[in-house]
Ligand binder design. Structure first.
Ligand code: ATP
Ligand code: MG
Length: 417
């Protein structure tokens, strides 16, 4: 079943705003059995919206509009759709009352402009919008289904889940896309492909994609299923991929590395402190994105200067002089020093050269050392990461988390993990 998405809004044609709604919509429609074969971004222009819809009616079974249902002059999705379908717009008193009620409960008087949002296209089913003022609409025109949804993601998303998906599933009659994902660390994209391509290429019914973004690699395997069909081939391929990639896979549930680490630390009753030089706080920020991280993350220091490494991590001055700030010895001393300072189970450290200046033949830009200490043993890891200063910092951060996971997995450095 073919669906298409039309994102309406002139702001989406500027360099400042991105159409992210269509990504969410696509994932959900796939699960409900629809393939998105086309997406259009169109400005707040009635003629242009109308032309896209005219074409969409010729080529798609389901057409989803996002945006342009607001109260202002430039919100034109409603009149454009009504015109193309040759249907009237009428004011719906029930919606109008509900809108007035919503405004007054928040202590506002509704502006006359908002009345436009109570206009319904003849024959449309109204889709309630519990988080905003503009309701959505569901229409059928000669076997093509059309949904009009508001642009703000926090309004659109629950309406997709609650209103569009049940209808889409019904139309698809049990067809669906089964999706499995793998998140991978510690291998290059080409290594991942070299290991698994001979296997996945033998599964004709399955679409395999590898996506790489700043060190993290995602692998998706997708299989379209007919009504009542089980994803047997997909399960078999998933099992074989699991065997081939082993511990390089850190999640099959779309979890982030910091979530995985958080679970490890929590389950083993361990605590963590970090000493960050080249990433200056990014690792701490990443770890604390996870709700509940206060249960295991004690804190950290940005020891950017040598003086800070000495003062807060107890790194011996002589070590810095002898090996330099970017060295395995200093990374280890930082990890064990921060652990002592915070009295945590584990200490994690990073030191590196983010560039663009400061590299030498011996220590090039992108060189990063990570230390992990549990008090008894301290390990160090070395890597040269490529890219711009920003990319290096991001990759270094991911590398540090990968090293911590590796140390936890290997039980070389762990509490009871
Ligand atoms: P409103 O009543 O808020 O005006 P609307 O249906 O008219 O609703 P728009 O005015 O088109 O929606 O968009 C409102 C905001 O929603 C935009 O400023 C933008 O931040 C966000 N938005 C709109 N379309 C998209 C999209 N396709 N992807 C992500 N965000 C979007
Ligand atoms: Mg708008």
């Amino acid at each position: 079943m073919k669906a298409e998405i039309i994102a309406v809004g002139s702001e989406l044609l500027t360099p400042d705003r991105q159409d992210t709604n269509s990504l969410f919509i696509t994932r959900k429609l796939n699960e409900a059995g629809f393939k998105v074969h086309l997406k259009t971004i169109v400005g707040d222009d009635e003629q242009a919206i109308a032309r896209v819809l005219e074409a969409a009616l010729q080529r798609s079974t389901l057409v989803i509009f996002s945006g342009g249902l607001g109260p202002t002059e430039d919100d034109l999705t409603r009149p454009a759709v009504a015109k193309v379908l040759g249907r009237a717009l009428h004011k719906d008193m029930e919606i109008l009352d509900a809108m007035r009620e919503k405004f007054s409960s928040r202590g506002y008087r509704m502006a006359p402009n908002n009345e436009r949002q109570a206009e319904v296209i003849e024959g449309a089913e109204v889709l309630p919008n519990t988080l905003g003022t503009a309701p959505g609409m569901w229409l059928e025109e000669k076997g093509v289904y059309i949904a009009l949804l508001p642009g703000p993601p926090q309004e659109l998303q629950p309406m997709i889940e609650g209103e569009i998906l049940p209808r889409a599933r019904n139309l698809a009659g049990g067809r669906r896309l089964a999706r499995r994902s793998f998140r991978i660390t510690g291998l290059a994209e080409s290594d991942v492909d070299a290991r698994i391509a001979p296997v996945y290429k033998t599964y004709q019914k399955i679409e395999t994609t590898i996506l790489a973004a700043n060190s993290q690699i995602e692998l998706h395997i997708l299989q379209w299923l007919e009504a009542g069909e089980e994803p047997l081939e997909q399960e078999e391929l998933a099992r074989r991929i699991g065997e081939l990639l082993g511990e390089a896979i850190f999640s099959t549930e779309d979890e982030s590395l910091e979530e995985i680490i958080g679970r490890f630390l929590k389950d083993s009753g361990s605590s963590l402190a970090v000493a960050e030089s080249c990433t200056a706080g990014m690792i701490g920020a990443q770890i604390t994105r996870v709700p509940g991280s206060s249960g295991y993350f004690l804190g950290g220091v940005q020891c950017y200067s040598n003086a800070a490494k000495i003062k807060f991590c107890g790194v011996p001055e002589e070590l810095l002089r002898k090996h330099g700030a970017v060295s395995a010895e200093v990374a280890e001393a930082m990890a064990s020093g921060i652990r002592t300072a915070f009295q945590s189970t584990l200490g994690l450290s990073i030191t590196g050269i983010a560039g663009p200046e400061g590299g030498t033949a011996e220590k090039p830009v992108g060189l990063v050392y990570v230390g992990v200490s549990d008090g008894e043993r301290t390990l160090n890891f070395r890597r040269i990461v490529p890219g711009s200063r920003e990319a290096i910092r991001e990759r270094a951060c991911f590398f540090a988390l990968s090293c911590l996971r590796k140390a936890l997995l290997s039980r070389d450095v762990s509490a009871q993990a």
